[in-house]
Design a protein. Structure first.
Length: 133
């Protein structure tokens, strides 16, 4: 019974982490939407796509803002888990911008005083921004 409760607790914590990441991706989407709207007024979605593909400083700024906001809203390391291998990738899919967040959450397992091998859960969340104005 203790093992089942512990595993259920892990899944609940993973859901909480996923929800926090989704909220941060929503904020990122708003920033991208603002930038896309400005690019569309000045040119077209291709201009924004070119900016995204050619400007490492722009991608770095988006990524840095995302990570800073994420770290302020969720603990990356606690007594029970560590969030590792965090990444945010951007790709183009026609008239859509796809952003994908991935990480691994490693849970330390101690049940009834005994230590067991870590349990790792992968988290992948994808967001999409379509340029339709």
């Amino acid at each position: 019974l203790a093992v089942a409760l512990f595993l259920a607790g892990i899944e609940i914590q993973v859901m909480g982490i996923r929800n926090a990441v989704k909220a941060e991706l929503a904020s990122l989407s708003i920033k991208i939407s603002d930038d896309t709207y400005q690019s569309l007024r000045e040119g077209d979605f291709g201009a924004y796509r070119d900016k995204l593909n050619s400007s490492s400083s722009y991608i770095s700024a988006l990524t840095s803002d995302f990570y800073s906001s994420l770290e302020s809203n969720i603990k990356l390391n606690t007594e029970t888990y560590d969030i590792e291998n965090v990444s945010l990738a951007f790709t183009n899919d026609g008239n859509s911008l796809v952003y994908t967040f991935t990480c691994n959450v490693s849970f330390r397992v101690t049940i009834l005083g005994g230590a067991f091998p870590e349990i790792t859960r992968s988290v992948t969340i994808e967001g999409r921004h379509n340029a339709k104005y």
